[in-house]
Design a protein. Structure first.
Length: 263
């Protein structure tokens, strides 16, 4: 057993959607620090360029900006074409882009479900489908399959305190979509797994953490919110030889929040 390379992702090609901010940036940073070539995609082109430049300067890997508005169906094909023009294979796809909408039950708008479910669930399928040829080209089964990693949420496992109906439903759907992928794409040499994340410092969590950080941390058995190393390390594990036999799993990255007992 070559333990020295067990967690290596050096020279792997990685695409991280929503990779310029929040949890996505944490993941992008981890892969670049581990020597991978990371493509960062989100609708904020300036943020993609800024993140790619900063991460490439830190090295030893490299980051490249590939802006894309994943809400728009036509943009999926454009992103796949842009990546195919640069790479012949994609070793790791991280489906991280997402949206949230919090509002009371009585006024929760129908448009919220369309927006959130489209980005958090439907576009995950569409993008993975479009990039499957590149994933197949990277796969070296049985010991080095291509990997698809979905960033889910513990709110797709438990009932959240906040009224985020569409978000919670979309993440629960994403968790099961990943399991369906694990069966069908597994036969093509591609694994599919979910990281069900708890609280991390991100744009999506910013307002909530500003108001309730102490309460949130008190509800985490380990007593803190997540750090970049926590989520990046989990992704690197799944993308490395160490995670090559993990398929169809939903791994909680939440300090035990989803198991916290309440009287």
């Amino acid at each position: 057993m070559d333990v020295s390379n067990l967690f290596s992702v050096k020279d792997k090609v990685v695409l991280v959607t929503g990779g310029a901010k929040g949890i996505g940036l944490m993941i992008s940073s981890g892969f670049v620090a581990a020597g991978a070539r990371v493509y960062i995609s989100s609708r904020d082109g300036a943020a993609c360029e800024s993140a790619a430049a900063a991460l490439s300067a830190q090295g030893p890997g490299k980051a490249v900006a590939l802006p894309c508005d994943l809400q728009q169906l036509d943009s999926i094909a454009a992103l796949a074409a842009a990546l195919s023009a640069r790479e012949t294979a994609l070793h790791v796809l991280v489906n991280n882009s997402g949206a949230n909408w919090g509002e009371s039950y009585d006024t929760y708008p129908d448009a919220a479900f369309s927006k959130v479910l489209t980005l958090n669930l439907q576009r995950v399928f569409t993008l993975t489908q479009a990039l499957t040829p590149l994933l197949v080209a990277a796969s070296r089964p049985p010991l080095d399959p291509a990997r698809v990693i979905h960033i889910g949420s513990i709110d797709g496992l438990r009932v959240p305190a906040l009224e985020t109906y569409a978000y919670s439903a979309s993440k629960a759907g994403l968790h099961h979509l990943s399991r369906v992928f694990s069966s069908h794409l597994g036969r093509r040499g591609i694994t599919s797994n979910v990281l069900a994340c708890g609280p991390f410092e991100s744009k999506m969590m910013k307002a909530t953490l500003e108001r309730f950080k102490d309460k949130i941390e008190a509800g985490v058995p380990l007593g803190r919110i997540g750090t970049p190393e926590d989520v990046a390390g989990a992704c690197i594990f799944l993308a490395s030889r160490a995670g090559a036999y993990i398929n169809g799993a939903t791994i909680t990255v939440d300090g035990g929040s989803h198991c916290a007992a309440k009287l």
